[in-house]
Design a protein around this ligand. Sequence first.
Ligand SMILES: [Fe+2]
Length: 232
Amino acid sequence: MDGDTHVNGHDAGEPVDGDGTAAGTPRPGPSRKTVLRAALAAGIAVPVTMAAAPALARDKASGSAPLELTPSCDDGDDPTPPQTEGPYFKPNSPRRTSLIEAGTTGIRLTVTGYVFGLKCKPLANVLLDFWQADRRGAYDNVGYKMRGHQFTNAQGAFALTTVFPGLYPGRTRHIHVKLQAPGRPVLTTQLYFPNEPRNNTDPIFDSRLLMNVRDVGNTKEAEFDFVLNVPQ
Ligand SMILES: [Fe+2]
């Protein structure tokens, strides 16, 4: 599952290995990650004290019932959990941020987010290799439709333009991804959509990998932040 080889046929000098974590569940009030995201989006330097300070006080103070920690950058920095690769990964996907081609049909979906290391500092030049079913629930195992890789920018951000993946037998709705920070092992995982009936019956589903998704007109906008097992 967590491979140790190149995800793609990258040229020498491109990132080789990785790990990650995810955010997911909406939380009341601004979290540290929310602040980090806003600061990153605005190009504002994040104070080291904020980026590196333990952030468990909020959870500990929130009542008697212990909260299940979501593996994101505001709860102790657990890396994004790995998931099975499944049978449909193909190496050497094209480098592109949009999987939309001529003739691609389906509900437009964007997935944006950041990739952080263990101290919540953004990681640049992290490989993200996405693959998914098309709107009908079919994978392209001959060509590279609905497959593509990209790298995080200097702010640790990524953005994928694609379509809402279709369902296929035995699984809930999901997107596959492999991540690899420079010089680190590959993290293979999957991203999920909230309010999907099959989330309750798919044994692979993990709520820690739920994206935040909203409808915007006739499109969907999803957000997810990864935390890789990268010392900082
Ligand atoms: Fe799949």
